[in-house]
Design a protein around this ligand. Structure first.
Ligand code: HEC
Length: 125
């Protein structure tokens, strides 16, 4: 019985080790996910772009008619990108600066519009 306190202590250490491993793995994975999100466009954003934005932003007749900046052409986008993602998202989402409201994607959320703009930036950079 004299030994109990030290046994108890070694038991807690025994439980702490897997806990530390769990935390390391958990945060490692969480970080990897954040990293992946910041660097690869979600498939959703690409799909939205192709469905709603490409008609104007991938050249073609409508792009020419509206003189919309073309994806992949950094010179055409630079002055817009310089404003930053927040302001661009605001302009597209609200239809300010004469942009089509939500870029014609009526049921798009603000997050989806932002993700789609991030996709344009990633392809164009
Ligand atoms: C009907 C044509 C049209 C469609 C559809 C369209 N755009 Fe645009 N977009 C334009 C034009 C034209 C401009 C340039 C506006 C200007 O010169 O101020 C523009 C500018 C932008 C800008 C810069 C906005 C700013 O002033 O900060 C972003 C970002 C953008 N578009 C994203 C999108 C996204 C994302 C979609 C699809 C969800 C989309 N656009 C759909 C025509 C379109």
């Amino acid at each position: 019985m004299k030994n109990q306190p030290s046994n108890f202590k070694s038991m807690t250490t025994l439980f702490q080790i897997p806990l530390i491993f769990f935390l390391l793995i958990f945060f490692g994975v969480a970080n990897a996910n954040t990293f992946a999100q910041g660097n690869t466009p979600s498939r959703e954003a690409k799909k939205l772009y192709e469905e709603y934005c490409a008609s104007c932003h991938s050249g073609g007749f409508k792009g020419w008619m509206t003189s919309a900046p073309e994806i992949g052409e950094i010179d055409e986008w630079k002055s817009f990108f310089d404003k930053g993602i927040e302001e661009m998202t605001h302009n597209v989402f609200t239809g300010e600066k004469k942009h089509e409201i939500k870029g014609e994607c009526e049921d798009c959320s603000k997050e989806e519009i932002q993700a789609t703009i991030e996709y344009i930036m990633l392809v164009t950079q």
